[in-house]
Design a protein around this ligand. Structure first.
Ligand SMILES: [Zn+2]
Length: 244
């Protein structure tokens, strides 16, 4: 019995260490709160993973002069030159940030996340992050933030990406459920946002119903007096050592 107990005592911490190394985290990100008298303020962040451009959202942002932070992959940039031109024509509205090269989750051990194979090694995480950044630099822009495909990481991949010079953009409100929500549900998600929230949604799925709800939800926040800020223009607090 004594031998068994000793074995257990050794096995448990070793198991925990292995669990900690492979555990996936999905970090939260929030903005510093406004003074009580100030209007509520949120950050709109959009992922452009692959595919096309949702002009229902892009036109609405431009027409209403609403600022947003856009996370693009190298692969999306290559196929959406017209949208990139709109972003670059409005540097006061759009901040372009790094969503990776090929939309591979920035997880440094082999794993499947929502059916997408993770990068799988620190070397592959580096390639995903560095090549994503290079595509933005090639556009004459400088990324400061990284958000990996699926928004999941290991603590070690977070450390690695921070070492490469990027803060990691979590979020606090999932505005469109990976662009799979219905229009009304997406609109409701946006209307649930409170001061300090960082909202994530997609700007690359023009055929999905979610996009029309996203556009309506943002207009509803504007009508309620909310103000909008880009990530580089605010002070944020991210969990899991992603920003501090
Ligand atoms: Zn994505």
């Amino acid at each position: 019995m004594k031998i068994l107990l000793t074995a257990l005592l050794i096995a448990v911490p070793a198991g925990n260490a292995a669990f900690a190394a492979t555990r996936l985290v999905e970090p939260q990100l929030r903005l510093e709160r406004q003074e009580k008298s100030a209007p509520p303020r949120v950050a709109l962040t959009f992922d452009a993973c692959s595919g096309k451009t949702d002009d229902r959202i892009l036109s609405m942002l431009v027409d209403n002069r609403i600022p947003a932070t856009i996370f693009v992959t190298a692969r999306w940039v290559k196929r959406n030159a017209a949208a990139m031109a709109v972003f670059k024509a409005h540097p006061d509205l759009f901040e372009i940030e790094n969503h990776g090269a090929m939309h591979v989750p920035a997880v440094d051990h082999p794993a499947s996340i929502y059916g997408i194979a993770a990068a799988g090694s620190p070397q592959a995480v580096e390639t995903e992050v560095a090549s994503g950044a290079a595509a933005i630099v090639a556009q004459g822009l400088q990324p400061h933030w990284f958000r990996g495909a699926t928004a999941k990481y290991t603590l070690s991949s977070i450390g690695q990406i921070r070492q490469m010079g990027f803060r990691i953009a979590g979020y606090s409100v999932n505005g469109d459920g990976g662009s799979l929500l219905g229009a009304t549900a997406a609109e409701k998600r946006f209307s649930s946002a409170r001061d300090g929230d960082v909202i994530i949604a997609h700007i690359n799925q023009p055929t999905h119903a979610a996009g029309s709800g996203v556009a309506k939800g943002i207009m509803a926040l504007k009508a309620k007096g909310y103000t909008f800020v880009r990530l580089n223009d605010a002070i944020e607090d991210g969990s899991d050592e992603t920003t501090n």
